[in-house]
Design a protein around this ligand. Structure first.
Ligand SMILES: Cc1cc2nc3c(=O)[nH]c(=O)nc-3n(C[C@H](O)[C@H](O)[C@H](O)COP(=O)(O)OP(=O)(O)OC[C@H]3O[C@@H](n4cnc5c(N)ncnc54)[C@H](O)[C@@H]3O)c2cc1C
Length: 261
């Protein structure tokens, strides 16, 4: 079964407390109206976890979470977005027009939605950190292989410190990202608090992915800029990692919140 997670709205990205989607109680049902944007797997997924305001006066504390099945009357999808990267993954809008959901489709109590969303994002961030490690690693492997074989001025380009130091920095930051991601995964697997560590892992691993994939393109020279070369794809794919599952600025807010407690 494919699932999707519908939190983001046009006016509510990093700040989900201002979401406009509403769920109004009507007997044993809720009537959902509103929309979501950029939702991964929208259209493909069978099941959607969506977030809506059950009390508009309470901000984040007025958000509740619901399970919504594809095919429910009033539930439809907008256009597919065209993106810079991760083109194997699809995003569309979710549209809710008087969608009627039974009360038993609510997850947790009314008002638990924000907490549920943040808990899900913590786990999701671990996956994004791992994506960062993978993208950086893949691009580095390609760049290393190319650099060892590419001869200019009568010697491999790795004979230049400018290139070998770039590769050394890549290898070091990938190793650092791997370790901090594994630490967050370890804490999660032991049921220990990991919110701060996973925010750190997402921040470090995805900033590393952006830097390493950009440097990998540089190591390839002109060939790196060509679409036929995997390095450019890694670079385009890396960018989203700094944005979704909470931007890297939001990760810094999370980390600061923990260390300034
Ligand atoms: C490909 C893709 C897939 C996605 N998949 C999903 C999905 O499946 N489900 C879902 O719900 N959402 C999804 N999203 C949405 C994604 O999580 C949001 O785009 C992201 O959280 C940022 O929100 P925003 O785009 O509204 O940017 P904004 O919140 O408008 O941010 C714009 C800029 O301002 C900065 N900023 C905002 N507030 C602060 C602050 N307090 N301090 C410092 N800087 C700040 C941000 O860091 C960013 O740089 C997806 C997005 C994309 C592009």
């Amino acid at each position: 079964m494919i699932c999707a997670f519908g939190l983001t709205e046009r006016e509510a990205g990093s700040d989900v407390s201002v979401m406009n989607t509403t769920a109004v109680r009507s007997g044993d049902n809720y009537i959902i109206n509103g929309h979501k944007i950029y939702i991964t797997n929208a259209g493909y997924a069978d099941t959607y976890i969506i977030f809506a305001k059950t009390d508009e006066s309470k901000g984040a504390r007025g958000i509740s979470a619901f399970i919504l099945e594809k095919g429910t009357p009033g539930f439809s999808f907008g256009q597919e977005y065209k993106k810079m990267g991760i083109r194997a993954s699809m995003q569309r809008e979710l549209i809710f027009e008087d969608v009627c959901l039974p009360v038993e489709n609510r997850i947790g109590a009314e008002g638990d939605g924000f907490k549920i969303a943040m808990t899900a994002l913590d786990v999701g961030r671990l996956g994004v950190a791992a994506q960062g490690v993978g993208a950086a690693w893949g691009a580095y492997d390609l760049a290393l292989e190319h650099a060892k074989n590419r001869v200019q001025f009568g010697k491999p380009i790795t004979a230049n410190q400018a290139v070998s130091f770039m590769l050394a920095d890549m290898a070091t930051s990938i190793e650092t990202s791997k370790l901090i991601t594994l630490k967050a995964a370890y804490l999660l697997s032991k049921g220990l608090p990991f919110s701060k560590e996973v925010a750190m892992a997402k921040l470090v691993a995805t900033d590393t992915a952006m830097k390493v994939t950009t440097d990998a393109v540089q190591v390839f020279g002109g060939k790196g800029y060509l679409v036929e070369n995997q390095a450019e794809r890694f670079m385009r794919d890396a960018k989203i990692l700094q944005i979704y599952e909470g931007t890297n600025e939001i990760q810094r807010l999370v980390i600061a919140g923990h260390i300034l407690k």
